[in-house]
Design a protein. Structure first.
Length: 274
């Protein structure tokens, strides 16, 4: 495989991704409904919480009742991005059939946008004894309550919150930065998921994040069967606003046009599938 690299700028990245590749293989069937969407980080220097919170807001603005689920049970952080008060320590949240988790769904300050998150005070060991059936119950219930459910999935293969979410979501995205290990990590995770009977065809789409216009071999992702569906440049103001519990795409006088174009197009595609 010839992997000699040439410097590629943002404009070249956007031009090189054809409209068919941008849609992604699993999103081309317009007759299907993909209401449960998962996002898995492939490497360091991606910010799923920032992506999902802003994407969820855009979907809610399209009139879709949207629920964001933070499955990073060891280190939840989406409540900070959505400026929601963290829930109190919940012994058994998402784990027991006796717990009505619907009472834990929090309304955000944004219309039609909701959050389901574990408490940052929960002990790690409370999530060790976990079954796929518990997560399936949660996802199926949310699917009946909301138009769109966005899952922030940790890249932790031995954890059922990772593999279970991959199994029960309708479509999934890897988020990747310009890191040499990103493609290897995606292939490795999908190989492991396939070995335990989880379909990997829905996780062939990649969202590139925090691009800094450096030399990188984007072709290797396509050569290994992945579709680049969005390419988001690094926007410092988006991170700064997240620290303040504010969404970059809302009430910001100066917006990065590449960031907004890619995120808005992705929101439009997901809204069209719901």
């Amino acid at each position: 495989m010839d992997r000699r690299r040439e410097p590629i700028g943002f404009g070249q990245i956007f031009r090189k991704i054809s409209s068919k590749e941008r849609i992604g293989a699993d999103m081309q069937g317009g007759e299907l409904i993909y209401s449960v969407v998962g996002f898995v980080p492939a490497c360091d220097f991606v910010d799923n919480a920032m992506l999902i919170s802003n994407l969820g807001y855009l979907l809610s603005q399209k009139g879709l009742n949207t629920c964001i689920v933070d499955l990073k049970v060891f280190y939840p952080n989406l409540y900070q991005y959505l400026d929601v008060k963290p829930v109190k320590k919940a012994d058994g949240l998402l784990k027991s059939d006796k717990v009505d988790f619907r009472e834990e769904i929090q309304a955000t300050k944004y219309d039609k946008l909701y959050l389901l998150s574990p408490s940052p005070q929960d002990l790690m060991e409370e999530y060790y004894d976990f079954d796929f059936e518990h997560l399936e119950r949660v996802i199926q219930t949310l699917k009946g309550m909301f138009d769109v459910v966005l899952l922030d999935i940790p890249n932790n293969p031995p954890l059922e919150f990772c593999l279970g979410a991959m199994k029960f979501c309708h479509i999934g995205f890897f988020t990747a930065a310009e890191r040499i290990e990103a493609t290897h990590h995606m292939v490795k995770l999908l190989d492991y998921a396939s070995s335990v009977g989880i379909s990997t065809a829905k996780f062939t789409s990649v969202i590139l994040m925090n691009l800094m216009d450096i030399e990188f071999d984007y072709k290797v992702m396509r050569e290994t069967g992945f579709n680049i569906v969005a390419a988001l440049p690094l926007v410092k103001d988006a991170t700064a606003r997240a620290h303040e519990g504010k969404l970059y795409v809302k009430d910001n006088p100066l917006l990065n046009k590449h960031f907004m174009k890619e995120l808005s197009r992705l929101a439009g595609q997901l809204a069209g599938q719901s």
